[in-house]
Write a protein that binds this ligand. Structure first.
Ligand code: SME
Length: 165
């Protein structure tokens, strides 16, 4: 697995292009959603210097996001509409790039070390089923390059989501 030290944007584009087929291959042949999200979280965590990476899953019965597979420090287990970065991605169905979480009204601090955050929704049939949440200890740890770079693997997840158990 590649272990870069946060390169500049051009290198990062190449990096996502190299990593995406590896991530897709990692998910091949397994239909258990938890297993796949767990391994994907681990592979993503290994490839970057991210502080936290993982998934929150939509709990439709309770209308909340519940903690799913992740890598990093212990995290908040349940998140609600209208508060925090994950909920913003859930409610808007759009990626959220937050340069400094202290400037984001309602940000939920699971780890005091997290400074910037990227959250991207997994959208299946027009509905958000989960969000990918990534935290960095750096200011402005994420950009559109990361959103673009992660779009392919999130589309892959969305395409397979309902075929997984
Ligand atoms: N910061 C998130 C909560 C999840 S943790 O970062 C893992 C939010 O504001 O929704």
């Amino acid at each position: 697995m590649l272990t870069p030290k946060l390169p500049h944007a051009d290198t990062r584009v190449d990096l996502y292009q190299a990593l995406t087929p590896q991530w897709v291959a990692l998910l091949e042949g397994e239909v258990n959603r938890t297993a796949n999200l767990a391994n994907l979280s681990a592979a993503m965590y290994a490839a970057f210097d991210w502080h936290w990476v993982g998934f929150y899953l939509v709990d439709a019965q309770r209308d909340e996001l519940v903690l799913g597979p992740f890598q990093g420090p212990v995290a908040c287990t349940r998140l609600h509409h209208g508060k925090g970065v994950c909920a913003a991605a859930w409610d808007s169905k759009k990626a959220q790039v937050v340069d400094n979480v202290h400037d984001f009204p309602g940000h939920i601090a699971c780890s005091a070390l997290s400074i910037s955050e990227l959250v991207m929704p997994v959208v299946v049939n027009g509905e958000v089923v989960a969000v990918l949440d990534i935290d960095s200890v750096k200011v402005s740890g994420f950009s559109q390059v990361d959103v673009d770079g992660l779009t392919a693997i999130l589309h892959h997840l969305a395409a397979h989501w309902n075929h997984w158990e």
